[in-house]
Design a protein around this ligand. Structure first.
Ligand code: NAD
Length: 291
């Protein structure tokens, strides 16, 4: 199936990045949000991020202008009915996503592919509540979208091969690489990454190392570009905890139990970089370990 117009629902952190890469690759983009402020902020951010690519000579000023010209914003969800592919990237709450699909479905063309950028909600369950489970799949970008090379493509139990092939073609047109994942909790990247981060927190909790020695060990001893605790602060400790809970509940295996120290940081509101404090304190000139 030919995809020309892509609808993006949710213009937050992920939605603006998705609109950016889609427009740059030549797709017409319809970007929707419930908040005009979010739409304005998204356009501002896309403009700024494209400008950075121009200044680094990755794209030309003409390519930037053409990409900006391909993005239309709307507060009316049903405007996305014209899209050939819809990527839902609204808040990570199942009720929110379900309400979006219910409102949107009557306005979609029968052949339109519907996808979700969810990090943790079952694709099969989301798909089962639509009129097109065979044309529904997970389209999971990594953050920040313009920078990260990978997209996980997640097939629900009913997803058909043409839908997968079409989404794969879109990922390739973006110049990104797809990894195909089955629909089990946290898919591939977070299934492997989060237990490693959680184990780093256990290592801290049990006093095996401190923040600095744990991060240094994984950087210099395992060649990771960032230490696991530094990375946890970057992702957000609330997000890390939520994903561990999805693994723990969804796979019913005690090996995924979230570390009590991770829970304690979240209860304190020390969520990492976004609140200026997590495993490091970011309020000064350079980050200072909090343990
Ligand atoms: P965000 O909070 O930055 O943005 C969500 C946006 O959705 C907000 O602008 C909000 O106004 C909008 N929204 C809420 N309800 C809506 C509705 N009914 N209709 C239209 N818009 C609505 O969140 P985010 O970090 O961009 O995450 C979006 C999705 O992407 C989530 O499902 C999340 O799990 C997933 N995801 C996030 C990351 C990440 O690192 N942040 C990575 C991969 C996937």
């Amino acid at each position: 199936m030919d995809v020309n117009t892509v609808g993006v629902v949710g213009a937050g952190q992920m939605g603006n990045g998705i609109a950016h890469v889609m427009a740059l690759a030549g797709y017409e983009v319809l970007l929707n949000d419930v908040s005009q402020d979010a739409l304005n902020a998204a356009l501002g951010r896309i403009d700024k991020n494209l400008e950075r690519q121009v200044s680094r000579e990755k794209i030309s000023a003409e390519e930037k202008a053409a990409a900006m010209g391909r993005i239309r914003t709307t507060l009316t969800l049903t405007d996305l009915g014209q899209a050939d592919l819809v990527i839902e990237a609204a808040a990570e709450r199942e009720t929110v996503k379900q309400a979006i699909f219910e409102d949107l479905l009557p306005h979609l063309k029968p052949e339109t592919i519907l996808t979700s950028n969810t990090s943790s909600i079952s694709i099969t369950r989301l798909a089962s509540r639509t009129d097109r489970p065979e044309k529904f799949m997970g389209f999971h970008f990594m953050n920040p979208v313009p920078v990260m090379q990978l997209v996980e493509l997640i097939r629900g139990i009913a997803t058909d091969e043409p839908t997968y092939r079409t989404c794969l073609g879109v990922v390739e047109k973006l110049g990104k690489t797809a990894a195909s994942a089955e629909d089990f909790p946290a898919f591939i990247v977070n299934r492997i990454l989060m237990p490693m981060i959680n184990e780093a927190v256990y290592t801290l909790y049990e006093g095996v190392g401190n923040v600095q020695s744990i991060d240094q060990s994984m950087k210099l001893g395992a060649n990771h570009p960032m230490g696991p605790l530094e990375l946890a602060d970057f992702i957000g400790l609330d997000t890390c905890l939520a994903i561990m809970n999805v693994l723990h509940d969804g796979l019913a295996d005690t090996k995924y139990r979230p570390c009590p120290l991770l829970t304690k940081y979240v209860e304190a509101g020390w969520l990492g970089r976004k609140t200026q404090r997590g495993f490091y304190d970011y309020r000064g000139e350079s980050p200072v370990p909090t343990r």
